[in-house]
Design a protein around this ligand. Structure first.
Ligand SMILES: N[C@@H](CCC(=O)N[C@@H](CS)C(=O)NCC(=O)O)C(=O)O
Length: 270
């Protein structure tokens, strides 16, 4: 199996954790997103959206991190990371969908406004223009442009802050209903794995407590999740010292504004 990945890519981290939990062997191929290697015509043949990760298993190409994780559970059922029953599977997939439809973009927008934006400021204009390329996804280029130009003032960042607020409200309720220790109850599953890299990113950016403070079940879930050997191996274990210090340094600069935007969102609900 070969996994196409990028350094510090949240979507790839889900796949790394799943591979590690399963004890599967694989090779990796790095795609440098800042050199626009995701738009290389050869890579676009594998992944037409021009994103990572992509898994190639015996010549078969699988895209979309959530689907890759489910594929890995299908080809290697032990230890199981997917509930046996139909209702359990549906509950797990609601969490995956939730992450894919709101939390992934929220994490990307917040990360861009804090960090990648600063990196892109020093890029030559032509390279930056290439980076805004959308590979056919009209909103992707617009989002990049908005977070690059407006930073935390971008409406996409406001929406991102609100999405994290809704996430932790739902997580607290789900853990209460399931009785924990994991999102679906007793069994650790892809519902947990699919969420962990996004929560980790907020912690690395020093922003997590904006949403998690005062939510004891979510705090306990997170403390438990980040102690799993697969997480330690695949997230902190694969980040460079520079990745970790950049996230802390740039995240701290937007922290106060993120907390204010959360307040604006909560005030707007009243
Ligand atoms: N829904 C896709 C999203 C993949 C995605 O957007 N990956 C990011 C890295 S986490 C990427 O490749 N971005 C390319 C870019 O920034 O141009 C998945 O979960 O696989």
């Amino acid at each position: 199996m070969k996994l196409y990945k990028a350094g510090n890519s949240i979507c790839t981290q889900k796949v790394f954790i799943t591979l590690d939990e399963k004890g599967l062997d694989y090779d990796t191929h790095n795609i440098n997103l800042f050199n626009n290697e995701q738009f290389d015509p050869e890579y676009l043949k594998l992944n037409p959206k021009g994103v990572v990760p992509t898994l190639v298993d015996d010549g078969r190409v699988i895209v979309e991190s959530t689907l890759i994780c489910e594929y890995l559970d299908d080809i290697c059922p032990e230890p199981s990371l997917v509930p046996d029953d139909a209702y359990g599977k549906a509950r797990m997939r609601v969490w995956s969908k939730y992450v894919d439809e709101g939390i992934f973009e929220a994490t990307r927008e917040i990360s861009f406004s804090a960090m990648f934006r600063e990196k892109m400021k020093s890029m030559p204009e032509e390279k930056r223009r290439q980076r805004f390329k959308s590979a056919g996804d009209a909103t992707r280029g617009a989002r990049f442009k908005s977070t690059f130009e407006e930073g935390t003032e971008s409406p996409y960042v406001f929406q991102a802050v609100a999405n994290f607020e809704k996430l932790f409200k739902n997580l607290e309720q789900a853990l209460d209903e399931s009785g924990g220790p994991w999102i679906l109850g007793e069994a650790y599953s892809l519902a947990d794995i699919n969420l962990m890299p996004y929560v980790a990113r907020m912690e690395y950016l020093t922003l997590l407590d904006v949403w998690i403070a005062g939510r004891p079940l979510s705090e306990a879930w997170w403390a438990r999740a980040k102690e799993r050997p697969s997480f330690r191996e695949c997230v902190p274990g694969r980040l460079t010292g520079d990745d970790i210090s950049s996230m802390a340094e740039y995240g701290a600069k937007i922290r106060d504004r993120v907390a204010e935007r959360r307040r604006e969102y909560l005030d707007g609900l009243q």
